[in-house]
Structures are given as C-alpha cells and as structure tokens.
Design a binder for this molecule. Structure first.
Ligand SMILES: Cc1cc2nc3c(=O)[nH]c(=O)nc-3n(C[C@H](O)[C@H](O)[C@H](O)COP(=O)(O)OP(=O)(O)OC[C@H]3O[C@@H](n4cnc5c(N)ncnc54)[C@H](O)[C@@H]3O)c2cc1C
Length: 377
C-alpha cells in the first residue's frame, strides 16, 4: 500500500511538472521568437504527453488497488476442488488474492491453499462457532475481514455454500450480489447466463465492493503448487449468533467421484422408469469410473435422491464425457450440462431435443443398448 501511495504521489508530481513545462513553453514562446503555431503545438504536445502518462500511472495504481478475498469451501481437512476454480477467477480479476478459511480445525485445508500460486495471504479463523459453516456466523467474519483489509472483490463458489453465504454478505454491505459468473472482462465487468442459459449477459458493476459467486465449471482449477502464501489469523470478534444453531449433518457417502468434479457422468432420466433400473447406469458408470446424475423428472419420481439432479435447479456440470440415457433434453436440463466436452445421448425418440446438443447419438431402447455398451467396455 505504501509503495502504491508513493507511486501515486510520484505520478502526481510528474504530471504537475509536465503541465508546468507546457505552461512555461507557452510563456517562453510569448517572450521569444516562436511563431504562434509553433508555441501552441509545443505546449499541446507537452500537455498531451503529461495526460497520457498520468493515465498510464493511474491504471497501474488502480490495478494495484484491486484486492480479492476468496472464501474457501472445504471440510476442514481438504479443500473442495471448486475453491481452486474460484481462485482462478480471482487471479483473472487481477491484483492481490487473499483466501479466508474458516472452520473448526481447518489447518490442513489452510496449508493446502497456501501452496496455490498467486495467493498472497491466507486468513485462518478456527472456532467451534463455525461448525456447519453457517451463513449467519461466517458473514460477520467476512465483514470484519473486509473492513480490515478493504477488499474490492469478495468471491465464493456458486455452490450451496456460496449461494447461502454471499447474498447475506452483499446485503450487509448494501451492494448487489453478482451471481454465478462464467466470465470476467475486467475488474468491473462480468459475464453470466440468464433465462436458463439461453442468453448471455455482460454486466458492469459500479458497487465499491463486488460480491461474486463463481461457476466452477467456467474457470480452470488453479493448481495447489508453486506458491507459499503467508498464513495469518483472521480478524477476531464475537461471531456467535442466536439466529441458527448447527446440530448435525448426515453426509451421503459414496466411492464414486463427486458429480461436479467428475471427469465422466452417466445420467438417467424418466426413460429409466424406476429407481431399480438405475442399476444399469451404475454398472456402466463403474466401468468408466464415472459419477451418476439424473434429470429432475427422475428425481421428482423418486428414482434417485435429489443431490443427483443436474440442471438449472440442480448441479451444473461440465465433465469430459456426459452420457444422457432416457433424457429428453429439456432446456432446464441442458442448462446444467451443455458445456460438457463430449455429449452422448441414448434415446428411443429420434426427435428428442437432446440429440441437438449431442456429439454422438444412439436412437435405441436403453434397456438393450446400455447393457450391451457395458459388456463391451
Ligand atoms: C423452473 C424449472 C426448473 C427445472 N429444473 C430442472 C433441472 O434442474 N433439471 C432437469 O433435468 N429438469 C429440470 N426441469 C424439468 C424439465 O423441464 C423437464 O421436465 C425434465 O428435464 C424432463 O426430464 P426427463 O428428460 O428425464 O423426462 P422426459 O422429458 O419425460 O424424457 C424422457 C425421455 O426418455 C426417453 N425414453 C423413454 N423410454 C425410453 C427407452 N426405453 N429407451 C430410450 N429412451 C427412452 C423418451 O423418449 C424421452 O425423451 C425444470 C423445470 C422447471 C419448470
């Protein structure tokens, strides 16, 4: 900061000197032998160069002033991969990148993130208060960090965690949250989808602090190597709340890859006809080391639990391979998977909209095609 201020005042002095030179040149011309045109040109060019230099300096100064706080999502032991995608977005904004890790015993997660290249500082807050990572306890901690370090941007992944915490932070800061961004044009200009992914919106944010959730699939993960960020204690305070009390949680355990970070996904829809028939997809997924997903119709019908839902109101995924089985391809489903690198569709209806986004389509009865495919892998 001191360096930035020094640079700024040097820029101001330079600018003032250049403008003085322009004025002196005018005066000299007046008492000397220059023609009116020569005097005006010389003064103008000096003034222009002063302005151009000042603009360059202030751009540099502004870039130095950007500082982003990334709210890490983790389970105390390990970072969720989407935090690395959010870090990439933070780096794209430019300026300093700090990370806030809040949890109960989160030193391992803090150590992991301090190795990420381009992270300058890791703020760690360890307390039982942060059990369950509730928005009500994290918000005052984030606000205290923002107050102390004057971050210009606060970022979190657009997951259930980020979607719960950041709107509260934005409301407390009296700024508009900018949700689920898929692109960054500059420090004030962001890209996001609207109308279930059917239109792309570019917005310029004028709020002094930008509070942003980031769509993980739109940014590459920042490797956790090459850096050695300083770790320090986050601001302390009374972050207890009467508003909520975290009691317990039951996490579904699975040996399969997590849906949002899986390289391959086999996804089933209403065409599967029952939850038992999803076994066909699990067998195929086992061969591909894939995660299993589902359409909302399959979830609503009770075939599979709702944490498998992909789409506008489910999870957003972009694996290398997405196999849609017995899924029609409604826009709300496409909103969650159409950025997948290779899409394969198996559907008995040749007119099913899913074939419009599929790289490979198989018009067939899934009850024959899927076991055949599995047996050949
Ligand atoms: C606000 C809103 C949000 C929504 N959010 C989501 C969301 O997040 N995710 C989502 O998925 N949906 C969402 N929906 C619902 C969405 O509009 C569709 O209703 C849903 O995606 C349809 O699921 P489906 O493709 O499994 O079922 P269907 O549309 O019924 O398609 C079933 C497909 O299976 C095929 N089929 C049937 N039998 C066989 C067979 N034996 N072999 C091969 N193919 C077969 C059929 O040809 C058909 O194409 C949302 C809707 C709204 C209004």
């Amino acid at each position: 900061m001191v360096a930035s201020m020094l640079r700024s005042s040097t820029a101001d002095i330079n600018f003032t000197c250049k403008l003085c030179a322009a004025a002196v040149s005018l005066l000299l011309g007046r008492i000397g032998r220059w023609s009116g045109r020569e005097i005006a040109c010389s003064a103008l060019s000096l003034a222009r160069s002063a302005l151009a230099e000042r603009d360059n300096e202030s751009c540099f100064f502004l870039r130095r002033l950007q500082s982003t706080l990334v709210i890490a999502e983790h389970n105390n032991e390990v970072l969720l991969p989407v935090t690395q995608n959010t870090l990439s977005a933070a780096k794209k904004i430019g300026g300093d990148v700090s990370v806030l890790i809040a949890g109960t015993k989160c030193t391992p997660a803090a150590e992991a993130i301090s190795k990420a290249g381009g992270v300058s500082k890791v703020l760690v807050a360890e307390s039982d208060v942060f059990k369950g990572f509730t928005a009500e306890t994290l918000t005052p901690l984030i606000l205290a960090s923002q107050k102390q370090f004057k971050f210009t941007h606060i970022l979190a992944p657009a997951t259930a965690f980020g979607k719960s915490v950041l709107p509260r932070v934005a409301a407390k800061l009296d700024v508009s949250p900018i949700t689920d961004i898929i692109g960054i044009k500059d420090a004030n200009t962001f890209v996001r989808t609207i109308y279930a992914g059917n239109a792309i919106l570019t917005l310029e944010a004028k709020d002094p602090v930008k509070v942003i959730t980031v769509r993980g699939t739109a940014f590459p993960p920042l490797p956790l190597e090459g850096g050695s960020a300083a770790t320090e204690k986050a601001p302390e305070g009374d972050f207890k709340t009467d508003l909520v009390e975290w009691l317990s949680q039951e996490l579904s355990k699975s040996d399969r890859p997590e849906l949002t970070s899986a390289k391959a996904i086999v996804s089933g829809g209403r065409g599967l006809k029952s939850g038992d028939n999803f076994k066909l997809l699990y067998d195929l997924a086992d061969k591909l080391n894939a995660a299993v997903g589902a359409s909302r119709a399959a979830v609503d019908a009770g075939f599979v639990p709702n944490d498998l839902q992909i789409g506008q109101t489910g999870k957003i995924v972009a694996p290398d391979l997405y196999i849609a089985v017995g899924i029609s391809g409604a826009i709300q489903h496409l909103a969650g998977m159409k950025d997948s690198k290779t899409i394969v569709a198996i559907n008995k209806d040749p007119e099913a909209p899913i074939f419009q986004v599929a790289d490979y389509g198989l018009v067939a009865d899934l009850f024959k095609a899927v076991p055949e495919l599995t047996s050949k892998l």
